[in-house]
Write a protein that binds this ligand. Structure first.
Ligand SMILES: [Zn+2]
Length: 364
């Protein structure tokens, strides 16, 4: 019989001031494995190996570079115990706030696709995408109040699942005053190549068009594994305000120069981009370093802590080991708030908090 023990993230220091901002983190990629394990056992959902948390960790955690598909393989164990369960989703969202707060995050935009958490078999009284989203927003509200963080939500379209795209925009519009601040498109770019005419599904293009008309903010995973033209199409066809990852923009110098000039925001995720194979480890020089040294508008993010085993502090440690000092890290935090999807007055307030915690004063 496996012995239950707490496997939540540990505080890396006794008290980290709330001083960080994260724009790219997946809620379902940040779930505590202890919660997954507990729910799986309650619901008689099969667990890998001998059924222990250690065996679950072994399947979900990644420490060696693989592919995006390999990176996501652990989700087959972590998603079923959450599917259709609004109590579980409220709990997961609340725990997320606690975890993020313990890592000193002042402001976070967490993203997920509610439709992927609807029970596939359905049923009349089963939870809808609206119910799932409401549960998450309740968890975030309660967690924000309990742990002092500010959390906003992004809703994800998923490549290859066009049936959700239109509804993502409906939900983003319906819940825009309740914490949802924009949309995203996620999913595997591995099959995409330079020169392909359409690098985003037609339904995604239509969804982004509708979102633009409704005044909803837009980010898009692009150029992580897919080619530089994914970044180009995200900026032109989707008119995205920000780019998730975007490293392969470096393969098109003209486009990269334009991104620098236009201050396009890159949501970089150092560890996960190594583990998904987006950045080969034999080239020690990571795109994040190049972006930072070129003065690009970037943030540093943890993407999927449940898989990488890293929270924001470990991401900072990694970029420090590449030679980026505190100046770059502080800049990244200010960039994140400036490029966040908060309304201007709230952004101003958040920038003020960030200045205060960094002891940056205008009066001397
Ligand atoms: Zn991502």
């Amino acid at each position: 019989m496996p012995v239950y023990k707490f496997h939540g993230p540990k505080r890396t220091q006794k008290s980290i001031p709330l001083s960080r901002a994260e724009l790219h983190i997946h809620l379902t990629g940040s779930v505590r494995l202890s919660t997954v394990w507990e729910l799986s056992r309650q619901k008689n959902i099969s667990l890998p190996g001998n059924g222990s948390i250690a065996a679950l960790e072994k399947v979900v955690h990644m420490s060696e570079p693989s592919t995006l598909a390999g990176f996501l393989s652990g989700f087959r164990y972590t998603s079923p115990p959450l599917a259709g369960d609004i109590v579980a989703m409220e709990r997961v969202a609340h725990e997320f706030c606690e975890d993020i707060s313990s890592h000193g995050v002042l402001y976070v935009e967490a993203r997920f696709c509610p439709h992927l958490l609807v029970k596939p078999e359905g049923g009349e009284d089963s939870a809808t995408a609206d119910d799932i989203l409401e549960a998450v927003l309740r968890g975030f509200d309660k967690g924000s109040a309990d742990f002092g963080v500010t959390v906003r939500t992004l809703l994800c379209c998923i490549r290859g699942l066009p049936q959700f795209d239109k509804d993502i925009v409906r939900l983003a519009d319906k819940y825009r005053d309740k914490g949802v601040v924009g949309i995203d498109v996620a999913g595997d770019e591995g099959h995409l190549e330079e020169g392909m005419a359409a690098l985003f599904d037609q339904t995604v293009i239509e969804a982004y068009d509708e979102a633009r008309k409704l005044g909803l903010k837009r980010t898009a995973h692009a150029g992580e594994v897919g080619p530089a033209s994914c970044v180009e199409q995200a900026l032109t066809t989707l008119q995205a305000h920000r780019i998730g990852h975007g490293y392969r923009v470096l393969e098109n110098n003209q486009l990269y120069e334009k991104c620098l000039k236009d201050k396009v925001h890159f949501e970089t995720c150092p560890t996960s981009s190594i583990l998904t194979g987006a950045q080969p480890t034999d080239i020690f020089y990571h795109a994040v370093v190049k972006f930072a040294e070129d003065g690009a508008n970037l943030s540093i993010n943890s993407d999927d802590p449940m898989v990488t085993g890293t929270w924001i502090e470990q991401e900072y440690e990694l970029v420090r080991s590449w030679g980026l000092n505190e100046t770059y890290i502080t800049r990244a935090n200010f960039n994140a708030i400036r490029s966040s999807f908060l309304p201007d007055d709230e952004k101003k307030e958040m920038l003020k908090k960030l200045r205060e915690v960094n002891h940056i004063h205008d009066d001397y």
